[in-house]
Structures are given as structure tokens and as C-alpha cells.
Design a protein around this ligand. Structure first.
Ligand code: ZN
Ligand code: ZN
Ligand code: ZN
Ligand code: ZN
Length: 245
């Protein structure tokens, strides 16, 4: 399996027992088949289709399934770990293959790194040996205290917004509930108003009947009084008792 990040030191002198016959490179994460042929894990598994395949070793072609693959033991792996490589980025030589990831992640001056202010959204990436120079000019790093303050404020505002949203939802639900109650009350009030109107109509009719009766009785009393006396006193009474209902 080829790794483009490094190349092997003196590759031609590497023991052929450490070379994968499928990719012609030293094994990476080697696994062997039941026919005792060894390949890189990725090389041999790339051959498998629907869980089975045949051994790619020339002249072998024995069938095997994915369950037949066995990882090579630690002593064999140690031989591979000790192989020396050259970093293709910084050209450093004689790096043990097993420590190459550590070299790229922590030591290679040409490895691509992020700005230390990436947490403040600085989007700069570049070779590790240029980071120091970038940081001198990085506005994010220079304004770190202010940006952190703003970040905290934004977080607080977000929390407040969430709380207000919850309250708003609650009030909307309460409003709907009250509107439904209002609708019910309105229906009840309208029903009662209808009843009152009927009662008022009946009372008006009753009052008109009473007025009619009283007016009739008043006229009878008046006529009787006129008939009983023609004295000036009674005449005055007559004037006073004239019903105008
Ligand atoms: Zn291979
Ligand atoms: Zn084989
Ligand atoms: Zn390097
Ligand atoms: Zn930066």
C-alpha cells in the first residue's frame, strides 16, 4: 500500500519478506490467508467480493473468505515499524515508519496546521513553520480577549432567545385557551340576552295592558265624581283628577 506522505529509505535493500506481492511496497497492517500468504490488510480486503476471493499470490489462487484472514503477530510488525522513511514534505530522513504520524502531527515543519485562533473562526491554514509569523499578524489572536467576550455575550443572547421562545410558546398556548373560553362565554351571553329580550317584550305587553286597565278605571271614577257634586270644591278635585295616562 502506497503512502504519498513518505518514501522508504533505501527501498531496494528492504528484505523481500517484508514486501506485499500485491502492491510491491512494505506491508502495512499485514494479514495472512489460510495458504500462509501475507498481504497488506487493505490490499487483500480490496480483492474480496461478497465475503470471498482467491489468493492473489502468483501461482496460488486458493479460495478464502474474510473470516480466514489473520493479522500478523507483533514480532513481524516490529520489523515493519523499524523501517526508515523520508518525509516528502520537509525532506527529513531516517524517521521510523511507526513514528511517522507523530512526526506529521507534531514535528514536521511543513505539515499543514490550523491557526491557534481557529476556535475564534480564524480560517488560516498553512505550513507549521509559517504559523509563528501568521500569529504576529492574526487579528483573531490579537483580539482574543474581546472576541471571547463577544462570544460569551452571543452565547448568553442565544440562551435568552431560547428562554423567550419557550415563554412565547407558553403565552401563545395560554392565549388560545383564553380565546376558547371567551368564545364559550360569548355564546352563553348571547343565549341569555335572547331570553332577556323575550322577557322584556312580555313585560312591555303587561305594562301596556295595566295602563289600559288603569286608564279605564280612572275615567269611571272621574265620571262618578262629576255626577255626585257640582260644588266648587268638587270642581277643583275634578280638575286635579283628570287622568292623562
Ligand atoms: Zn500491499
Ligand atoms: Zn495463497
Ligand atoms: Zn516532515
Ligand atoms: Zn489566525
Amino acid at each position: 500500500m502506497t503512502n504519498k506522505e513518505y518514501e522508504y529509505m533505501n527501498e531496494k535493500t528492504i528484505d523481500e519478506h517484508l514486501i506485499c506481492s500485491y502492491c510491491n511496497k512494505p506491508f502495512i497492517d499485514p494479514e495472512s490467508t489460510t495458504c500462509s500468504h501475507t498481504f497488506c490488510r487493505q490490499c487483500i480486503r480490496s480483492k474480496i467480493n461478497n465475503g470471498t476471493s482467491v489468493c492473489p499470490e502468483s501461482g496460488c489462487s486458493k479460495p478464502f473468505s474474510v473470516e480466514d484472514l489473520t493479522p500478523e503477530g507483533p514480532s513481524f510488525r516490529k520489523l515493519l515499524d523499524r523501517l526508515l522513511v523520508k518525509c516528502n514534505r520537509c525532506q527529513q530522513t531516517n524517521i521510523q515508519r511507526s513514528t511517522f504520524d507523530d512526526h506529521i502531527n507534531h514535528h514536521c515543519p511543513k505539515a499543514t496546521v490550523q491557526c491557534s485562533a481557529a476556535d475564534l473562526k480564524c480560517s488560516w491554514t498553512g505550513p507549521a513553520d509559517q504559523l509563528k509569523q501568521h500569529k504576529i499578524a492574526c487579528v483573531y489572536e490579537q483580539n482574543r480577549p474581546m472576541l471571547l467576550g463577544l462570544h460569551t455575550e452571543i452565547e448568553n443572547m442565544k440562551n435568552l432567545c431560547n428562554e423567550l421562545q419557550i415563554q412565547n410558546d407558553h403565552l401563545r398556548t395560554e392565549n388560545q385557551r383564553l380565546n376558547q373560553r371567551c368564545d364559550r362565554y360569548e355564546i352563553q351571553i348571547n343565549e341569555r340576552c335572547d331570553g332577556f329580550e323575550t322577557q322584556i317584550d312580555n313585560l312591555n305587553k303587561m305594562i301596556r295592558r295595566m295602563i289600559f286597565t288603569l286608564r279605564g278605571k280612572g275615567n269611571i271614577i272621574l265620571a262618578r265624581l262629576i255626577g255626585e257634586s257640582s260644588s266648587p270644591t268638587v270642581h277643583m278635585k275634578r280638575q286635579h283628577l283628570s287622568f292623562e295616562l
